[in-house]
Design a protein around this ligand. Structure first.
Ligand SMILES: Cc1cc2nc3c(=O)[nH]c(=O)nc-3n(C[C@H](O)[C@H](O)[C@H](O)COP(=O)(O)OP(=O)(O)OC[C@H]3O[C@@H](n4cnc5c(N)ncnc54)[C@H](O)[C@@H]3O)c2cc1C
Length: 449
């Protein structure tokens, strides 16, 4: 007979949603999966997070029950592990405060449940910006423990590079403030080590300051969109790489590749210039127009927060995309041909190439748990998840072409994939931290270290 759940502590009763509750359908899912948890806790305070962690740990230990505990911030994790079946979902979306602590020092405290679009909206009038992903509905929690590649990546680096401190609740229910002085190893681990070490409830960020300009925008960007038709993909990719690498770090570029007619490839370049429209930005964008046969091109100046806008779209588990990726230093002719082969399948949604380098490559590989500071391009492969087996087989050769994988941009939770996310010394250090802070393996709804 199925064991009944023990009574919830009093502090959680008003924030718990059980399957029979009319709100259950609104909180059970993330972007990729419809969950069937036994209970969802809509935590509003750190005390409730502590009580929820203790409750889940007690059930796992004393009742010898498999009671998975998922942590959900924005619900946009590609792994879909922020909801589960038969366990608890600790939903932090109500903990979404964004507070500018010290404008002069650019210190901003953000609770894990805030969305990046709302962060941009709050910071922009103050000329402040934190490099994040480019989708406004992704959550602060998931991104700030794993990576964070956005449209200002080459100007300001990864999101995890901007974390100056954090509050984390570990599996024993203890609250820790971590930064360079306090528990520096744990601080190192939560910046790229994913959610294996505990629940981060809030982050202290060191934001960047945008210099006021004449345009009237507080954090100005210029977005160029260029549609190309390509006959020879290797030469085009090589020219694109050379172009962004020799341009300013104010430029971040994303290429979206798809199969076109008659063996051609269609590519859309999305180029982001941090700053006002200027002779420098126009010169760089003019060069983008010479990379291949241009079908259409446009440029638009705008506010950063208007691009990274939160839509607050309800999470219903309907996203059918499955993503894989590899981080590379260079795309050789051989690799470009393999990319072309990936595109030639009906289930593919496209291949995305993201420019790295610039500020991402400034810190040393020991700065935080992101080891890939030499790589210059991320190759991301998107396809229909119903064809995961076939598509994963096709992507397999790419593992030898690159040096690592961005874990939060991959839907593949297998141990083979995880071995490419963290390697060598970083992997060992994370495993040791995981053993120390989660000895009974409470936080299993994530990559297994
Ligand atoms: C449409 C879309 C666009 C995206 N665009 C980008 C992009 O431009 N750049 C980019 O870098 N990524 C991008 N991603 C990937 C996404 O940002 C990451 O997967 C990120 O982890 C999602 O964070 P979340 O809080 O929304 O996820 P959630 O689903 O809530 O969480 C994902 C996992 O992170 C861990 N976690 C979440 N919150 C916490 C916490 N508070 N403490 C500890 N662990 C936690 C948990 O293990 C959880 O299972 C995109 C994803 C989608 C679906």
């Amino acid at each position: 007979m199925e064991k009944a759940l023990p009574e919830l502590p009093a502090s959680l009763k008003n924030v718990a949603v059980f399957p029979e509750d009319s709100r259950y359908d609104k909180v059970r899912s993330n972007d990729y999966k419809v969950g069937h948890p036994k209970v969802v806790i809509l935590a509003e305070t750190e005390e409730q997070v502590i009580d929820a962690v203790n409750y889940a740990a007690k059930i796992n230990q004393e009742q010898q029950m498999n009671f998975p505990l998922s942590i959900k911030s924005g619900g946009h994790g590609l792994s879909a592990t922020s909801v589960n079946d038969e366990g608890m979902v600790l939903d932090l979306s109500q903990m979404n405060q964004i507070t500018i602590i010290d404008e002069e020092k650019r210190l901003v405290k953000i609770q894990a449940g805030a969305l990046w679009g709302d962060v941009a909206q709050k910071l922009t009038p103050h000329h402040l910006v934190i490099s994040s992903g480019d989708h406004g509905d992704t959550g602060v929690g998931g991104l700030a423990v794993s990576g964070g590649m956005g449209i200002l990546l080459r100007s300001f680096g990864l999101t995890i590079d901007k974390v100056a401190g954090a509050t984390i609740i570990t599996a024993d229910g203890k609250k820790h403030w971590v930064d360079n002085e306090n528990e520096p190893e744990l601080f190192w681990g939560i910046r790229g080590g994913g959610g294996q070490l505990g629940v981060v409830t809030e982050f202290l960020f060191h934001a960047d300051k945008a210099v006021p300009t004449d345009s009237g925008f507080s954090v100005p960007i210029v977005v160029q969109t260029v549609d190309y038709s390509i006959d020879h993909l290797p030469a085009f990719i090589e020219a694109w790489h050379q172009w962004f690498d020799t341009s300013s770090t104010k430029l971040t570029s994303i290429l979206l590749l798809n199969a076109g007619d008659d063996d051609t490839i269609v590519a859309q370049g999305r180029n982001f210039w941090y700053g006002d429209d200027s002779s420098q930005s126009r010169e760089v964008f003019e060069k983008a127009n010479k990379l291949g046969e241009v079908l259409e091109e446009n440029q638009k100046s705008m506010e950063y927060s208007d691009f990274v806008r939160a839509q607050h779209t309800p999470l219903e588990g309907k996203n059918t995309a499955y993503g894989r990726n590899i981080l590379v230093k260079h795309i050789s002719e051989n690799v470009a041909k393999e990319i072309q082969y990936l595109l030639d399948k009906p289930f593919v949604y496209g291949v995305e190439l993201r420019s790295l380098g610039g500020a991402v490559n400034q810190p040393t590989s020991y700065f935080n748990a992101w080891s890939y500071r030499q790589e210059e391009i991320m190759i991301a492969y998107w396809f229909d998840k119903n064809y995961a087996e076939e598509a994963n087989n096709l992507f397999q050769p790419f593992l030898q072409f690159g040096t690592g994988i961005y874990g939060a941009y991959s839907s593949d939770e297998s141990s083979t994939e995880t071995h490419h996310v963290w390697k060598g010394e970083a992997a060992e250090k994370l495993r040791a931290l995981n053993k120390r802070y989660d000895p009974n393996q409470l936080f299993t709804q994530n990559r297994k270290l």
